[in-house]
Write a protein that binds this ligand. Structure first.
Ligand code: FAD
Length: 391
């Protein structure tokens, strides 16, 4: 009996247009040829692969579908496929892209002035300039709405004071989107901080991570950091504007989780086909087949979520509720699939060379960032009951 390979049982590829299929293949080739052969060493050394990040720009994968400003044209599905494939290879590189394009570039394109867009977006699309997005603080993660970093107007400048934690690219960024509360009207505003030209900006790398080891996050201190009024994002008028950016990136995390789960399933089915115990390949045992099929069913369900997410985004119909359901579902299911995959590889499952443990560890961070599973659940809970249970 032959065996059906891959995960496209619901014929998702048929639903894509030529450009989407092409970008999928382009990303897949990059991951197979350039990322997978070297990524475990980077992960083990907790080393950021800057050359691979630059390749993302060269390959036209950076820009989140922003129109113009040197960004490659990408439909929401094409952009999702990039996240799927990159994360099928490696979560750190996938997270780098999420911060660079989904958080930093999107903030500038959605909320920035024409001059800010011209200055930053083309260079960021080429990854010649690196971006960061600083919302979370040591004392405010899930309740980032209560952020305490302050912005005081002083003539033509703003003075920023406070701390930010977990900020992806914070130690290497050319531009950091900092969210701070105006001391005058108490509204949250966004500022483009250029670390190299801003005394008072200090970033320390967070070491000792057991997840996403090849992308760096920072603990940032802002101590009287001055930025000109021209660096304030003019369209960022309240916390809700930061939230708008996050709705888009939650969608990207749902695609990313699908990438991680796909890797787990594919590795497990290959391994169980080869590995023999009790004189037979593992796949000949009913319990093993049952577990593989359950994993595949989750992967297929995640694919269908993602396809609809892409179409709804195309029609400008993505809501916070839909993004939250998708992020919650896909990150939780990917975690389960990877835990199964890890176990099906037995002891070999914990070896980096088999690529499952890294995905399993990386999924832990995806499950938490951009709003934890619990917070996504509470966002949906509020929508279906009309009762806010977390504010
Ligand atoms: P907490 O808010 O302290 O939550 C701890 C636990 O309590 C969680 O299980 C949570 O679900 C639960 N909880 C919280 N409130 C409630 C409630 N009301 N009811 C029930 N349970 C609750 N932030 C940025 O701004 N920029 C970045 O680039 C960035 N990158 C990140 C990268 C990584 C690898 C990580 C780990 C985080 C990153 N973050 C970033 C921060 C991330 O968004 C936060 O970690 C996340 O929002 C959770 O906040 P917290 O870690 O403070 O956890």
């Amino acid at each position: 009996i032959g065996r059906a390979r891959g995960t496209d049982f619901f014929r998702i590829a048929e639903q894509l247009d030529d450009e989407e299929r092409e970008i999928w293949q382009r990303t897949r080739r990059f991951v197979d040829d350039e990322v997978l052969p070297v990524i475990n060493e980077h992960w083990e050394r907790a080393d950021f692969p800057r050359d691979l990040a630059l390749r993302l720009g060269e390959l036209g994968l950076v820009g989140d579908g922003i129109e113009g400003y040197g960004c490659p044209p990408l439909s929401p599905i094409a952009n999702g496929l990039i996240h799927l494939e990159l994360n099928r290879g490696d979560g750190s590189l996938g997270t780098f892209l999420g911060v660079q394009s989904g958080l930093a570039m999107r903030s500038i394109s959605m909320l920035g002035s024409e001059e800010q867009k011209q200055r930053w977006l083309p260079a960021m699309a080429r990854v010649e300039a690196i971006g960061a997005f600083a919302l979370t603080e040591p004392d405010h993660g899930s309740d980032s709405v209560a952020l305490e970093t302050s912005a005081r107007r002083d003539g033509d400048t703003w003075v920023l004071d406070g701390e930010k934690k977990w900020i992806g690219n914070g130690t290497i960024a050319d531009v950091v989107v900092v969210w701070a509360r105006d001391t005058e009207d108490e509204k949250v505003k966004g500022f483009l901080v250029e670390p190299a030209q801003t005394p008072g900006y200090r970033a320390e790398r967070i070491d000792g991570k057991g997840s996403l080891r090849s992308v760096w996050q920072a603990h940032i201190t802002l101590d009287g950091a001055r930025v000109p009024e021209s660096s304030r994002l003019p369209e960022a008028r309240s916390f809700g504007d930061a939230g708008q950016v996050l709705a888009g990136t939650r969608n990207a995390v749902a695609w990313a989780a699908l990438g991680h789960a796909t890797a787990g399933y594919e590795i497990a089915v290959e391994y169980c086909s080869r590995r023999e115990q009790f004189g037979k390949p593992l796949v000949s045992f009913q319990i093993v087949q049952h577990r593989l099929v359950k994993m595949l069913a989750e992967v297929c369900a995640m694919q269908l979520y993602c396809l609809r997410l892409g179409r709804l985004m195309d029609e400008d119909q993505l809501t916070d509720t839909i993004a939250a359901i998708a992020k919650m579902n896909n990150t939780s299911k990917a975690r389960e699939v990877l835990s199964e995959a890890r176990d099906l590889l037995g002891g070999n499952g914990i070896l980096l060379e088999n690529h499952v443990m890294r995905h399993m560890a990386d999924m832990e961070a995806l499950h938490t960032y951009e709003g934890t599973e619990t917070i996504q659940t509470l966002i949906v809970g509020r929508a279906i009951t009309g009762v806010g249970a977390f504010t």
